[in-house]
Design a protein around this ligand. Structure first.
Ligand code: PBG
Length: 327
């Protein structure tokens, strides 16, 4: 007679445990490494205070960092730019010799097989730090912002970006970007949309890194309310109808319920973004010796895969590659 469930039977040795493990181990193809590239001094290498181990990099320093990462097995990266001048039209975002455009051309020339995704947003390039055009009364103009986003995406793709990732959360931007890419003959450039992006305090350290803190107000009129789950499906479906090829859920860990919900309802590839605040917390506790950092890092990423992520944007990518923690 059974008596009770003996769950321990299949946990008795590593071979058995790995045979019945439901989630596959991380692969390097699953990981996307963010890099912050800064205009001006090409040799700049400045550690981000709230993200130990992550750097703002000038063009030459970025090239060195990527060289090391590629040697360690890097497959994909996502680029964020910090321009030398900011204005009210975010011209640094879409100009042909903007910092991201330069970085893409440089990296693609040297590593044609490295997959380069670009973050498409205006906040780093706007003097006020918002993701769209701002009126004097402090309103963000949605439709007027779309052409700038489209122009930015096209210029990234023309520079050689393999994929563009709009993170601004303006309504209609995926359609605007898709149309502009197609009109420019870039029909093969996929759009990886930050479809489900919450107005999250977990982005705090990123704002030190990308210097894009809004000068006034916050991003709650365009990023999603953290209390909303059903709305995630609305946003995901809207972006798919507009032509998105892949979707991002962001942040990752605190929103893994959302990831699972979206996974259950859409068939396109899904990406989780383990954001700066998640990285900072794990690093801080690790540096203090309060947690086993390596184990927690791996468990946090496994959690995202288990919740339904096909791929993960994580600042731990290079550490994982360097330390041989992924295949
Ligand atoms: C730009 C953007 C942000 C992040 C990615 N793209 C910041 C924001 O929305 O304020 C956050 C990433 C992170 O925290 O790691 N809009």
């Amino acid at each position: 007679m059974l008596g009770f469930h003996r769950g321990r039977r299949l946990r008795s040795n590593p071979q058995q445990r790995s045979m019945v493990r439901e989630t596959a181990p991380l692969l390097r193809e699953d990981l996307i490494m963010p890099f912050f590239v800064v205009a001006g001094n090409p040799a700049l290498r400045r550690e981000i205070a709230s993200m130990p181990g992550q750097y703002q990099l000038g063009l030459d320093a970025l090239t060195e960092q990527v060289a090391a990462a590629v040697d360690q097995g890097l497959v994909s990266c996502i680029l964020f730019g910090i321009p030398d001048v900011k204005d009210e039209q975010a011209s640094g975002a879409w100009s042909e010799d903007g910092i991201v455009q330069k970085a893409v051309r440089r990296l693609k020339r040297r590593w044609p097989e490295l997959q380069i995704i670009t973050d498409v947003c205006l906040c780093e390039y706007m003097s006020h730090g918002h993701c769209g055009i701002l009126t004097p009364e402090g309103r963000i103009l949605n439709d007027e912002t779309l052409p700038l986003l489209a122009k930015t995406a096209v210029s990234h793709a023309q520079a050689g970006a393999d994929m563009v990732a709009p993170s601004d959360m303006m309504d209609g931007r995926v359609a605007a970007i898709r149309t502009a890419l197609d009109e420019a003959g870039l029909t093969q450039t996929p759009v990886m949309s930050y479809a489900v992006k919450y107005a999250s305090a977990f982005y705090g350290p990123f704002r030190d890194a990308a210097q894009n803190t809004p000068a006034c107000g916050d991003r709650k009129s365009y990023q999603m309310d953290p209390g909303n789950a059903r709305e995630a499906l609305l946003e995901a479906r809207a972006d798919l109808e507009e032509g998105a090829d892949l979707l991002i859920v962001k942040p990752g860990g605190p929103y893994s319920d959302i990831l699972r919900t979206v996974r259950n309802h859409v068939s396109v590839p899904l990406c989780a973004y383990q954001v700066s605040g998640e990285y900072a917390m794990i690093r801080a506790a690790g540096i203090n010796g309060w947690i086993d950092e390596k184990a927690v890092m791996l468990e946090s990423l496994l959690g995202l895969k288990r919740a339904g992520a096909d791929m993960i944007i994580t600042y731990f990518t290079q550490t994982l590659l360097r330390d041989g923690l992924v295949r």
